[in-house]
Design a protein around this ligand. Structure first.
Ligand code: PMP
Length: 358
């Protein structure tokens, strides 16, 4: 820390992203990326004409991309905001849309408390039960902003659209921000609620189901007023928030929807195969509808399993928070990668005979 840092940031705890190791090739199942490459259309778009225009600033309103998203979700361009990853949008939400404080689940995306602390927003949490689920009622009539990841981060447990609608209806004077980073892997989206409830803001990303984590592209869908607030913050911080290549990649990805739908279906099928394999090895998994499983075994502590898998070339995620320390979070990769995970896990636990699919 330099002597120049403003006092208010001295105690700021930053977010710790998942490892991005450079030292060796791992089977990388730790940051919920897609194991599949972007579609051919996306690759062609980023190699094409836009690359030759990199001497020019991009369109700050990303009009082509905004229109394509509006079209895809049946909304108007005034209902769509795009930015440099959904983290960027969540940052704006905590910065400006939590005037009376914010509540999020006790177990959820680790960035929420970081943003709340960064922007000095008072926060509290909805408790989770033994199975790491929270009661949706804990978000009704709260008198502050609600931030919900749906499916929830780390657990993959999802609320039904009707439950989100009840939360929105009971908090008419506060935003209900639904972070749908993982929604395309089997959960119900709250996007249809955007027309009905002016306080619902849905935040999504191209990082997971659209195989573009490296391009950094997120978007929000909401009432024209909420979207105008986000645009105001964009123009107050970084008007050129989305580079040309990412804008072109986004448009091309939306044109290749069938490719991404197929990949999402494949990941769901692999998730269920992997769940069966882990359960056969004695693991318990949360009922995840995301592109990851949160799993634990009575035979080995979460941290130990993480370290021993890493030593065998497989990277999963372990969180040291009290509620999560027994668990590991395993991103769903290709079927071959998941076979390797099950094989190595079985070997570590001395349960070689227990893998059903071999
Ligand atoms: N929300 C949740 C719940 C996430 O898990 C992530 C990914 N770590 C994000 C948002 C951020 O996604 P991105 O910034 O890549 O769009």
């Amino acid at each position: 820390m330099s002597r120049f840092l403003a006092k208010r940031y001295e105690a700021l705890e930053p977010y710790t992203p998942g490892e991005q190791p450079r030292d060796q090739q791992y089977i990388k199942l730790n940051t919920n990326e897609s194991p599949y490459p972007p579609s051919d259309g996306v690759l062609a778009a980023v190699r094409g004409a836009e690359a030759e225009l990199l001497n020019r600033y991009p369109d700050p309103d990303a009009r082509a991309l905004t229109a394509a998203l509006a079209d895809r979700y049946g909304l108007a361009p005034e209902n769509v905001f795009v930015s440099n990853g959904s983290d960027d949008i969540l940052n704006f939400c905590f910065m400006a849309l939590c005037p009376d404080g914010v509540r999020f689940p006790e177990v959820s995306y680790g960035f929420y408390p970081v943003y709340a602390n960064l922007h000095r927003v008072a926060w509290d949490t909805a408790p989770v039960n033994e199975g790491l689920a929270f009661a949706p009622g804990a978000f009704c009539r709260i008198g502050k902003t609600a931030v919900l990841a749906n499916p929830n981060a780390q657990t993959g447990i999802a609320l039904a659209r009707a439950e989100i609608a009840a939360i929105a209806a009971s908090n008419p004077d506060h935003p209900v921000i639904v972070d749908e980073a993982y929604v395309d892997f089997g959960a119900e989206s709250a996007v249809p609620l955007v027309r009905e409830y002016g306080n619902v803001l849905v935040v999504q990303t191209f990082s997971k189901s659209r195989c573009l984590a490296g391009a950094r592209l997120g978007f929000a869908l909401g009432s024209a007023d909420l979207i105008a607030d986000l645009r105001r913050l964009q123009y107050a911080t970084n008007p050129y928030n989305l580079n040309r290549l990412t804008q072109a990649a986004g448009v091309a990805a939306l044109a290749d929807q069938a490719y991404y739908d197929d990949r999402a279906r494949e990941i769901q099928a692999t998730r269920e195969e992997t769940r069966r394999g882990l359960e056969a090895l004695g693991f318990t998994c949360t009922p995840s509808l995301a592109n990851f499983l949160l799993a634990r075994t009575p035979d080995m502590a979460g941290g130990e399993l993480y370290r021993r898998l890493k030593a065998r070339g497989i990277l999963v995620r372990h969180f040291s928070d009290e509620k999560l320390e027994d668990w590991v979070r395993i991103t769903i990769g290709t079927p071959l990668q998941m076979e390797a995970l099950l094989r190595e896990t079985a070997a570590l636990l001395g349960r070689e005979g227990a893998i059903p699919c071999e």
